[in-house]
Design a protein around this ligand. Structure first.
Ligand SMILES: Nc1ncnc2c1ncn2[C@@H]1O[C@H](COP(=O)(O)OP(=O)(O)OP(=O)(O)O)[C@@H](O)[C@H]1O
Ligand SMILES: [Mg+2]
Length: 447
């Protein structure tokens, strides 16, 4: 198990030393900060399982300085320490999200108990979120969520084809789960414990393709300063997934065909023929038949790869899958959220031309917008999908103010996403202080 990491925030060197040594002797990794600035710098770089926070920090030594830190320290539980056992201050701190309170001078045994209790809380929260996410992805769905007849048929075909070595060609629009189907075929077959290697044919530059697929020997071309195995060899015993196979350059198609016919190949610059045992699964959203007519895809390769054809369908053709998929995405988001009934209706009423990928992006962004609230609302979704906020939200303020508020919220969300929810970085990007950002986030319901 990895060591649990505690951030100890206190400006007295003697206390830091003693308390730090005690916590280290209990088996925790301890990092120290003496000022708010140091807290920001450390939390920007590390995540902590627990924070012990003295509220009186320099330069002002007023509790306000320490209290202002509290919102930014979540989700780590914070135990607040104060020199004078001030009940009111303790209650304020707890109101702002602190988990517990310890009077100074600290009793080491009490410190140990409080620390253990806070860490247990943190671990249980984490495990609960994981279980929730996993519960929605039990094995019977094969990772493919949804109750439509299309998906049911797809699952039963996967179950039948997975144990065989027949090549499979998966076709379907973008974002409909082709890669998910390929992984399900691998995961439910006899090769499950072996590698699943995806080759994203559209992303490999033409001149590197051969080396990527077959590997090369040292000195075989400029820059080949050592032997390198290719993706085909890496997949030995498992599945080679040729994604976006329609994007493969013609010259490469010939070489791939030769490999498929013989199950053997030569690395670039290599003399020894190499044999591998791989199952081939390919996918495309292109019309390969039309490409064959245009002579941009080889028909002999097509017939080799085709084997059994599986088709994923657009979300618009299976509207009943939208709600369960959206709910599963929300449950897997930070804080294990859910969509309330009107929000489910809202997602169900949309067309989703970008299919599950677009839905996923929208619900994940909406989950981030919902902040600490456990339910995702129509407002969050509308904002996340770039639609104007619902009229109800605009009703109170004049139109300009409402629009500015929407714009501000959108910019904050974008900055938070870009900085992966690092408040310090997001604030810098927006040109405001961290406390300013936290206040704005609270105003917009983002925390
Ligand atoms: N039925 C489903 N249940 C849960 N998640 C799904 C489902 N279908 C797709 N997804 C998710 O949607 C995203 C897009 O799926 P995937 O990458 O498999 O699509 P694709 O068809 O390969 O798209 P592209 O053609 O753009 O590569 C993935 O994150 C995937 O996990
Ligand atoms: Mg894909």
């Amino acid at each position: 198990m990895t060591m649990q990491r505690i951030l100890l925030v206190d400006d007295e060197p003697a206390f830091q030393r003693l308390c730090g040594a005690w916590l280290s002797s209990l088996g925790y990794q301890v990092m120290m900060a003496a000022t708010a600035e140091q807290v920001h710098a450390l939390t920007a770089q590390h995540s902590f399982d627990l924070v012990l926070l003295d509220l009186a920090l320099p330069p002002s030594f007023t509790p306000e300085e320490g209290l202002a830190l509290l919102p930014g320290l979540a989700p780590a539980p914070v135990v607040v320490m104060t020199g004078h056992a001030d009940r009111e201050l303790a209650l304020r701190a707890i109101g702002l999200g602190a988990w517990d309170f310890l009077p100074k001078p600290l009793d080491p045994d009490l410190l140990r108990v409080v620390v253990e209790r806070a860490l247990t809380k943190r671990r249980l929260e984490h495990e609960l979120a994981q279980w929730r996410a996993r519960g929605l992805q039990d094995d019977s769905t094969m990772g493919l969520i949804g109750a439509s007849a299309d998906l049911g048929e797809l699952r039963s075909l996967i179950r039948r084809i997975a144990p065989t070595d027949v090549p499979v060609m998966i076709t379907g629009p973008s974002g409909t789960g082709k890669e998910l189907v390929a992984r399900a075929l691998h995961g439910h077959g006899k090769r499950a414990g072996k590698p699943f290697v995806a080759v994203h044919c559209g992303a490999i530059p033409g001149e590197l393709f051969e080396s990527e697929l077959f590997g090369h020997c040292k000195g075989s071309f400029t820059g080949a300063d050592r032997d390198r195995i290719g993706l085909i060899a890496a997949a030995d015993g498992g599945t080679l997934f040729l994604d976006e196979v329609g994007e493969m350059p013609l010259a490469m198609q010939v070489k791939l065909l030769r490999f498929l016919q013989s199950s053997s190949f030569f690395a670039i610059g290599g003399r020894a023929e190499q044999r591998v045992d791989v199952r081939i699964v390919a996918a495309t959203n292109r019309d390969l038949a039309a490409m064959i007519d245009e002579k941009t895809f080889r028909d002999d390769l097509f017939y080799r790869l085709k084997g059994i054809g599986l088709r994923t369908t657009a979300l618009a053709e299976r509207a009943e899958d939208v709600a369960p998929i959206a709910q599963a995405i929300a449950a897997a988001a930070d804080g294990a959220k859910r969509l309330a009934a009107p929000a489910l209706e809202w997602v169900g009423a949309r067309a989703w031309p970008g299919n599950v990928r677009q839905l996923q992006h929208c619900v994940q962004t909406a989950a981030a917008l919902a902040g600490k609230q456990s339910e995702i609302t129509v407002d969050d979704l509308a904002l996340a999908c770039g639609e104007v906020a619902a009229p109800a939200q605009q009703a109170e303020a004049g139109p300009l103010e409402a629009q500015l508020a929407v714009l501000e919220k959108r910019l904050i969300v974008a900055a938070l996403e870009e900085s992966r929810h690092n408040h310090t970085h997001a604030a810098r990007q927006l040109g405001i202080s961290r406390v300013g950002l936290l206040n704005k986030m609270r105003r917009h319901g983002l925390r």
